[in-house]
Write a protein that binds this ligand. Structure first.
Ligand code: NDP
Ligand code: 8X3
Length: 251
């Protein structure tokens, strides 16, 4: 039986991954800040698979180190880490954006991924078995107005994933960066700080990706033969594509 540890398991892609791996009977370590939501998920999934839930803020380096180094023995040999915890805050241009929001995105999307990866990687290398699946974004490759620091954090995740592969050459540990486009989760509600109407407008008239689509991809990349490493996958809804390069014209 394999063990998956998922950050950001209380919602969206992370929660969908938890449900997908429970169906496969994997042992689940589910982490996020909202322990009550994780407890509900544990009640739902416990009939399918062993579940251990942990309240964890990935920005807290000491807590990540302490928690992930003292997992109960039956959950301690993590085969798959899904770094899904993350967020965008705001869509303001750089000269108007909140520096606090920028700090939160850097602390969560960059440092959180660093801390969780660094905590679990030595065990994976020692066992010569394991897989890190990062949730990047199309925003890591493609700029858009208001994407400033959010896109920057996801560009970090993309290059960090590649550099991990470079370091892990010669081991059996795999690394994958999944780069989704627009998907309907709590993402926009968080980005627009609880403004449901503004969040809903992001998806109006479109058929966005759903969390299950990303969970299906995470399951696929992590159940391929051990010789196969999917480096990255960029995935968009059919409703989404690229914009032309912008040109400013004087009136
Ligand atoms: P959700 O808002 O639905 O889920 C985000 C998850 O991250 C929640 O479980 C939340 O849990 C957790 N989280 C946020 N901050 C922290 C923190 N400091 N410590 C621990 N957990 C935290 O959004 P998605 O599922 O859509 O987002 C998952 C990932 O996918 C993110 O990295 C996001 O950037 C990325 N992504 C999303 C896309 C989209 O359009 N939806 C597209 C491309 C990438 P809690 O609040 O309980 O801590
Ligand atoms: C989330 C997708 O396009 O809102 O990473 O940046 S997008």
């Amino acid at each position: 039986m394999q063990t998956v540890l998922i950050t950001g398991a209380s919602s969206g892609f992370g929660a969908a991954c938890a449900r997908a791996f429970a169906k496969l009977g994997w042992r689940l370590v589910l982490t996020a800040r909202r322990k009550g939501v994780l407890d509900e998920l544990e009640r739902e999934l416990a009939p399918l698979a062993p579940v251990h839930v942990l309240a964890l803020d990935v920005r807290d380096r000491a807590a990540v180190e302490a928690t992930l180094s003292s997992l109960p023995s039956e959950f301690s040999e993590v085969d798959l880490l899904v770094n899904s915890a993350g967020l965008a805050l705001g869509l303001e241009p750089a000269h108007k954006a909140s520096l606090d929001d920028w700090d939160t995105m850097v602390d969560t999307n960059i440092k959180g991924v660093m801390y969780c990866t660094r905590a679990l990687l030595p065990g994976m290398v020692a066992r010569n078995r394991g897989h890190i699946v990062n949730i990047g974004s199309v925003a890591g490759s493609w700029p858009y107005p208001g994407g400033n620091v959010y896109g920057g954090t996801k560009a970090f995740v993309q290059q960090f994933s590649r550099n991990l592969r470079a370091d892990l050459l010669g081991t059996a540990v795999r690394v994958t960066n999944i780069e989704p486009g627009m998907a309907e989760t709590e993402f926009s509600k968080v980005r627009f700080k609880g403004n449901e109407e503004q969040a809903q407008r992001v998806y109006t008239g479109t058929e966005p990706l759903v969390a299950q689509d990303i969970a299906d991809i995470v399951v696929w990349v992590s159940t391929l033969p051990s010789r196969v490493n999917i480096n990255s996958i960029e995935v968009m809804s059919v409703s989404q594509s690229w914009a032309p390069l912008a040109v400013h014209r004087e009136k």
